[in-house]
Unconditional design. Structure first.
Length: 291
């Protein structure tokens, strides 16, 4: 089994998202002045990309007037495909905006209201909206990067590797400059725990749910990061995907395993308060600037 979510771990993550992560969001760098409502150049909150209440996004912009269009990072949060809110991860938007990236964090529909592949389809719809509108926020539509943590890394990788999702909204894989996966599940059959049964149990094509089955040579550059002490989504998910991409001849694949870091650490280390845990933010920014 390549992904493990015990009831105790699931409860711990839920408590962390309700308490620790909101605290981090409040302490993060105020890169876009908490999304001030004073105009498009200051970012925006609750921008609709579809009709459903969960189809909303927040946009963070670098400080100061944009001199040239900035690269764009579309961040997808995790939560077992059943939990999560964009506001909780404002520390990610602040951290990346402070480094010069227009950053988008979007909500998407969750289990049990939906099942696979709807949460991926929402991501594709949001990406199309970002590509078509981000220039209003000083972003460069042709410099669009995907990034996700945990279940969000799964969503981001499926959007990158399985070309059907972007094609359905009129986009191409070439529209994605690069993809970053933090502690993501990419190779986790069989569905033998409640989390995966709930999200994927109705899928008819089991192989079609696994990112590792869509590796190909023409993928954009991919950076995979995980913690050595991750017992929630085992590091071998990232290791196997990296190996499969290299075997397929992908042009740029990087794998980083942070010693002593657990599952949540690859996300929380992006915050100002916990950057001492590991140089995740520096590594992510270096990768983005190279692609």
């Amino acid at each position: 089994m390549a992904i493990r979510f015990s009831p105790q771990v699931t409860m711990t993550l839920r408590i962390a998202r309700r308490t620790i992560l909101p605290l981090l969001a409040g302490l993060a760098l105020p890169a876009c002045a908490a999304l001030r409502p004073g105009g498009l150049t200051q970012g925006a909150r609750d921008v609709a990309y579809g009709p459903h209440p969960r189809q909303r996004m927040d946009i963070y912009v670098p400080p100061g007037a944009p001199d040239v269009p900035k690269p764009v990072v579309f961040f997808v949060y995790g939560g077992s495909w059943a939990n999560g809110a964009k506001e909780t991860y404002s520390f990610v938007g602040d951290a990346l905006a402070a480094r010069g990236f227009v950053t988008v964090i979007a909500d998407y529909r969750l289990v049990p209201e939906v099942r696979f592949p709807v949460f991926i389809e929402d991501g594709a719809l949001a990406l199309r909206f970002v590509r078509d509108t981000v220039a209003r926020f000083g972003g460069a539509p042709r410099d669009l990067h995907l990034m996700g943590h945990s279940a969000g890394a799964y969503n981001a990788m499926m959007l990158t590797l399985d070309q059907r999702y972007l094609a359905a909204v009129g986009m191409r894989t070439g529209d994605i400059r690069s993809t970053i996966g933090l502690s993501g599940p990419y190779d986790f059959l069989p569905f033998d725990i409640d989390v995966t049964k709930a999200a994927f149990g109705t899928a008819r094509d089991l192989a079609g749910t696994q990112p590792i089955n869509f590796v190909r040579r023409d993928t954009p550059p991919i950076f995979l990061a995980t913690g050595s002490d991750d017992t929630t989504v085992l590091p071998r998910n990232s290791e196997r995907l990296a190996a499969a991409l290299k075997r397929a001849g992908a042009r740029s694949v990087a794998l980083k395993i942070y010693p002593g870091l657990g599952h949540a650490g690859t996300a929380t280390a992006l915050s100002r308060l916990l950057q001492w845990q590991a140089p995740v933010l520096d590594d992510v920014v270096a990768f983005l600037k190279e692609t």
